[in-house]
Write a protein that binds this ligand. Structure first.
Ligand code: ZN
Ligand code: ZN
Length: 152
Protein backbone atom coordinates (compact mmCIF):
# COMPACT_ATOMS: atom_id res chain seq x y z
CA UNK A 1 0.00 0.00 0.00
CA UNK A 2 1.28 3.43 -0.85
CA UNK A 3 0.45 6.74 0.73
CA UNK A 4 -2.64 7.41 -1.41
CA UNK A 5 -4.12 4.05 -0.56
CA UNK A 6 -3.62 4.76 3.14
CA UNK A 7 -5.35 8.08 2.67
CA UNK A 8 -8.22 6.31 0.92
CA UNK A 9 -8.66 3.86 3.80
CA UNK A 10 -8.49 6.74 6.25
CA UNK A 11 -11.19 8.67 4.36
CA UNK A 12 -13.46 5.63 4.18
CA UNK A 13 -13.01 4.98 7.90
CA UNK A 14 -13.58 8.64 8.69
CA UNK A 15 -16.90 8.71 6.84
CA UNK A 16 -18.16 5.65 8.64
CA UNK A 17 -19.47 6.99 11.95
CA UNK A 18 -18.99 3.77 13.89
CA UNK A 19 -15.46 3.26 12.63
CA UNK A 20 -14.68 6.92 13.23
CA UNK A 21 -15.57 6.69 16.90
CA UNK A 22 -13.42 3.56 17.24
CA UNK A 23 -10.55 5.39 15.56
CA UNK A 24 -10.92 8.43 17.82
CA UNK A 25 -11.12 6.19 20.82
CA UNK A 26 -7.93 4.36 19.90
CA UNK A 27 -6.12 7.66 19.24
CA UNK A 28 -7.28 8.89 22.64
CA UNK A 29 -6.11 5.67 24.30
CA UNK A 30 -2.67 5.95 22.68
CA UNK A 31 -2.30 9.57 23.86
CA UNK A 32 -3.43 8.64 27.37
CA UNK A 33 -1.01 5.71 27.57
CA UNK A 34 1.86 7.89 26.35
CA UNK A 35 1.04 10.56 28.94
CA UNK A 36 1.05 7.97 31.72
CA UNK A 37 4.38 6.50 30.53
CA UNK A 38 5.98 9.96 30.32
CA UNK A 39 4.68 10.80 33.79
CA UNK A 40 6.09 7.56 35.20
CA UNK A 41 9.55 8.06 33.76
CA UNK A 42 10.01 11.75 34.34
CA UNK A 43 11.15 11.87 37.95
CA UNK A 44 9.60 14.80 39.72
CA UNK A 45 11.85 16.29 42.41
CA UNK A 46 10.77 15.04 45.84
CA UNK A 47 9.90 17.71 48.43
CA UNK A 48 12.67 17.89 51.04
CA UNK A 49 11.79 15.87 54.13
CA UNK A 50 11.81 17.06 57.72
CA UNK A 51 11.87 20.50 59.28
CA UNK A 52 14.74 22.80 60.19
CA UNK A 53 16.41 21.81 63.43
CA UNK A 54 19.57 22.88 65.17
CA UNK A 55 21.80 19.84 65.40
CA UNK A 56 25.05 19.34 67.22
CA UNK A 57 27.70 16.74 66.50
CA UNK A 58 28.20 14.33 69.41
CA UNK A 59 31.88 14.04 68.49
CA UNK A 60 33.21 17.49 67.55
CA UNK A 61 30.27 19.63 68.85
CA UNK A 62 29.95 21.40 65.51
CA UNK A 63 26.52 23.05 65.27
CA UNK A 64 24.43 23.35 62.15
CA UNK A 65 20.87 24.22 61.18
CA UNK A 66 19.44 21.84 58.63
CA UNK A 67 16.39 19.87 57.59
CA UNK A 68 16.03 16.78 59.76
CA UNK A 69 13.15 14.33 59.94
CA UNK A 70 14.31 12.11 62.79
CA UNK A 71 17.60 13.05 64.40
CA UNK A 72 18.07 9.50 65.73
CA UNK A 73 18.29 8.21 62.17
CA UNK A 74 21.99 7.34 61.63
CA UNK A 75 21.85 8.84 58.13
CA UNK A 76 22.14 12.31 59.69
CA UNK A 77 25.84 12.87 60.05
CA UNK A 78 27.98 15.89 61.02
CA UNK A 79 29.05 17.70 57.87
CA UNK A 80 32.47 18.30 59.41
CA UNK A 81 33.58 14.97 60.88
CA UNK A 82 30.75 12.53 60.04
CA UNK A 83 29.82 11.99 63.69
CA UNK A 84 26.27 11.25 64.84
CA UNK A 85 24.05 14.30 65.39
CA UNK A 86 21.90 15.17 68.39
CA UNK A 87 19.56 17.99 69.41
CA UNK A 88 21.20 21.09 70.88
CA UNK A 89 20.25 22.04 74.41
CA UNK A 90 21.36 25.18 76.13
CA UNK A 91 21.92 25.96 79.79
CA UNK A 92 20.25 29.19 80.85
CA UNK A 93 22.68 29.57 83.76
CA UNK A 94 26.10 29.20 82.15
CA UNK A 95 25.03 29.39 78.46
CA UNK A 96 26.79 26.11 77.70
CA UNK A 97 25.36 24.28 74.70
CA UNK A 98 25.51 20.52 74.54
CA UNK A 99 24.06 17.51 72.70
CA UNK A 100 20.87 16.25 74.33
CA UNK A 101 20.88 12.47 74.09
CA UNK A 102 17.24 11.46 74.13
CA UNK A 103 18.07 7.85 73.33
CA UNK A 104 19.31 7.44 76.90
CA UNK A 105 15.75 7.73 78.22
CA UNK A 106 14.17 4.34 78.79
CA UNK A 107 10.57 4.55 79.93
CA UNK A 108 10.38 0.83 80.63
CA UNK A 109 9.59 -0.17 84.19
CA UNK A 110 9.74 3.37 85.54
CA UNK A 111 7.07 4.88 87.75
CA UNK A 112 6.05 8.45 86.98
CA UNK A 113 8.16 10.09 89.73
CA UNK A 114 11.12 7.94 88.69
CA UNK A 115 10.72 8.94 85.07
CA UNK A 116 10.45 12.58 86.10
CA UNK A 117 13.66 12.31 88.12
CA UNK A 118 15.37 10.57 85.20
CA UNK A 119 14.32 13.36 82.84
CA UNK A 120 15.50 15.99 85.29
CA UNK A 121 18.83 14.20 85.47
CA UNK A 122 19.13 14.10 81.71
CA UNK A 123 18.34 17.75 81.25
CA UNK A 124 20.97 18.82 83.76
CA UNK A 125 23.70 20.97 82.31
CA UNK A 126 26.87 18.85 82.09
CA UNK A 127 28.93 21.89 83.08
CA UNK A 128 27.17 23.52 86.03
CA UNK A 129 24.46 20.99 86.89
CA UNK A 130 21.60 23.46 86.48
CA UNK A 131 18.23 22.11 85.32
CA UNK A 132 17.35 25.42 83.69
CA UNK A 133 18.09 24.05 80.26
CA UNK A 134 16.11 24.03 77.06
CA UNK A 135 16.29 23.08 73.39
CA UNK A 136 17.73 25.68 71.04
CA UNK A 137 15.14 26.66 68.44
CA UNK A 138 16.27 27.09 64.81
CA UNK A 139 14.86 30.63 64.77
CA UNK A 140 16.94 31.69 67.76
CA UNK A 141 20.01 29.96 66.40
CA UNK A 142 19.70 31.64 62.99
CA UNK A 143 19.06 35.05 64.59
CA UNK A 144 22.24 34.61 66.58
CA UNK A 145 24.21 33.57 63.49
CA UNK A 146 22.96 36.70 61.69
CA UNK A 147 24.00 38.93 64.57
CA UNK A 148 27.39 37.23 64.60
CA UNK A 149 27.98 37.88 60.90
CA UNK A 150 26.89 41.49 61.27
CA UNK A 151 29.25 41.93 64.25
CA UNK A 152 32.11 40.45 62.26
ZN1 ZN B 1 31.47 16.47 63.98
ZN1 ZN C 1 25.22 25.25 82.86
Amino acid sequence: MNYNQYLEVFKKTWHDRKKRSIMLLSIFTVILTLTIIIRLFSSEPKPPEGTFKVAICQVCEFKECRRIKNIKNPKYKCSKCGGQLAKVWKCMECEYEYPFLQSKISKKGLTKPELFRRLAQLRKCPKCGSVRTRAVSPRKYLDRQKKKTIAE
